[in-house]
Design a protein around this ligand. Structure first.
Ligand code: ADP
Ligand code: MG
Length: 471
């Protein structure tokens, strides 16, 4: 009998409408509940014969546990059913398609957008890690988007792969080796750390448009997986140092040298602490209270730094707030704090100018002493270049990079410097550190200002569009 429902599985209480996709183990359909709510859901049909024999029972127990899991970035499992052939998972419907399509229709994602997505993915993985659940099949096809207007990542297909060997009885690899950690493919011995490798591949693909092992043939792919060459990151697009550092540490072939889960969650580029959530506003407010106190006491530098820390939480709080009126109220406050921070900046800056003049004399002395020390001389040159950059409008980030570069060198040289030179060097390092810190704050104030102003335009989807058309 031909008809709209022809060929679709039948399921108690639901009407299946269309096929949404199929993956490694299952086919997923869109459906709605027959009950009065007519709720739209996604139903995943897993053929029992695709499971390891002993696993069906385990899987049912596992599903029961997963049913209890609620997380904003994990696809919710609402219920399940089964019959003689299939297991049906009834899930929250995600209208935005999967991350693979999202990336490829835009070619690459800007670092800012990739970072928001990575925070969301990391928060889901942290939640699972705390419950001892690994994913084992992380890839862009298994990461869904709640909608395209306001895309939120939803991790799908998890806690599931552990019941299925990546190798079937005929020793054929089921998953995609493009995303699997090398130890999974080569040694067939692996643990939760494979998920960190896959996160690295996903981030690489989001930023560079293709996964690191993309190949023209299977033999080329196999060679890339089995080799022990370090994964090289393309030079373009330009990315922050933190971002490159994270990629390199996730894409470490040896699982014992790969970044750990804890270090991943705490990595400065991921920065889960400042991810928009229900606590952002409270933390921002607490910091403002401290800032106001320091301000009243006349400690401009401390107040400025506290205002900046508060802004670090206000911006995520703004992103988190959905109520238009409350959003406006927060925005107005942020505007006030930014203005006060600007005033404080002017105060701190004039005392900084005085420091800068003092600093020139320290630098002059050091330069005298460094005449036959090319490395020290070079590091001091970089520091001067940083100061010059600082004077140029809009070049704060470049200046900061130069400060950090010169500080890295000077700190190394400090350890081996003798007596008087060491003292001077120490003073100079302190000065440069203070200047770098001050610059960081300036950058933060500017960014908070910018973010608060552009928030109406829905930062995420807007910046995806604008930066993609600019490429
Ligand atoms: P498999 O275990 O077979 O890989 P997945 O859960 O990854 O199955 O689903 C396969 C595809 O079906 C996904 O890549 C996605 O395109 C689509 N899909 C899965 N779950 C949903 C959902 N909850 N909402 C919308 N589409 C979904
Ligand atoms: Mg899948």
């Amino acid at each position: 009998m031909a008809g709209p429902g022809w060929g679709l599985p039948r399921l108690d209480g639901f009407i299946l409408t269309e096929r949404l996709g199929s993956g490694t183990y299952a086919t997923v359909y869109k459906a709605y509940a027959k009950k009065d709510t007519r709720e739209v859901v996604a139903i995943k049909c897993v053929a029992k014969k695709s499971l390891n024999k002993a696993s069906v029972e385990n899987l049912l127990t596992e599903i029961e546990i997963l049913k209890g899991i609620r997380h904003p970035h994990i696809v919710q499992l609402k219920d399940f059913q089964w019959d003689s052939d299939n297991i049906y998972l009834i899930m929250e419907f995600c209208a935005g398609g999967d991350l693979s399509r999202f990336i490829h229709t835009r070619r690459i994602l800007p670092e800012k957008v990739a970072r928001v997505f990575m925070q969301q993915l990391a928060s889901a993985l942290k939640f699972l890690h705390e419950r001892n659940i690994s994913h084992l099949d992380l890839k862009p096809q298994n990461i869904l988007l709640s909608s395209l207007e306001k895309p939120h990542l939803k991790l799908a297909d998890f806690g599931f792969a552990q019941h299925m060997s990546p190798w079937d009885e005929k020793h054929v690899l089921r998953g995609s080796p493009l995303y699997m950690a090398p130890e999974m493919v080569c040694r067939r011995q692996y643990d939760a750390r494979v998920d960190l490798w896959s996160v690295g591949v996903i981030l690489y693909e989001a930023l560079f448009g293709k996964p690191p092992f993309a190949s023209r043939s299977f033999s080329e792919l196999e060679e890339k997986i089995r080799s022990n060459r370090v994964i090289e990151l393309p030079l373009r697009p330009q990315l922050s140092l933190d971002c490159r550092d994270l990629l390199q540490r996730l894409l470490e072939r040896d699982p014992s040298r790969r970044i750990s889960f804890q270090d991943f969650f705490a990595h400065p580029w991921v920065d889960l602490e400042h991810m928009p959530n229900g606590e952002s506003l409270a933390r921002a407010t607490a910091l403002v209270v401290e800032a106001v106190k320091k301000d009243q006491e006349g400690d401009a530098a401390a107040a400025l730094s506290l205002y900046c820390k508060a802004l670090d939480f206000f911006v995520p709080a703004l992103h988190y707030e959905v109520d238009a009126q409350r959003k406006e109220a927060i925005k107005a406050k942020v505007g006030q704090y930014v203005s006060r921070a600007e005033e404080l900046k002017a105060i701190v800056s004039s005392s900084n100018q005085a420091l800068l003049r003092q600093d020139t004399s320290v630098q002059g002395l050091l330069r005298e002493m460094a005449r036959d020390k090319p490395r020290l001389l070079a590091a001091l040159e970089v520091a001067s270049a940083a100061m010059a950059k600082e004077e140029e409008a809009g070049k704060e980030q470049d200046a900061l990079d130069l400060y950090q570069h010169s500080l890295g060198e000077l700190l190394l040289l400090l350890a081996e410097a003798p007596g008087r030179r060491r003292e001077l060097l120490h003073t100079e390092v302190q000065n440069l550190l203070a200047r770098a810190e001050y610059l960081k704050e300036q950058i933060k104030i500017r960014e908070s200002h910018w973010e608060a102003e552009t928030l109406d335009k829905e930062v995420l989807s807007e910046s995806v569009r604008s930066s993609c058309t600019l490429q």
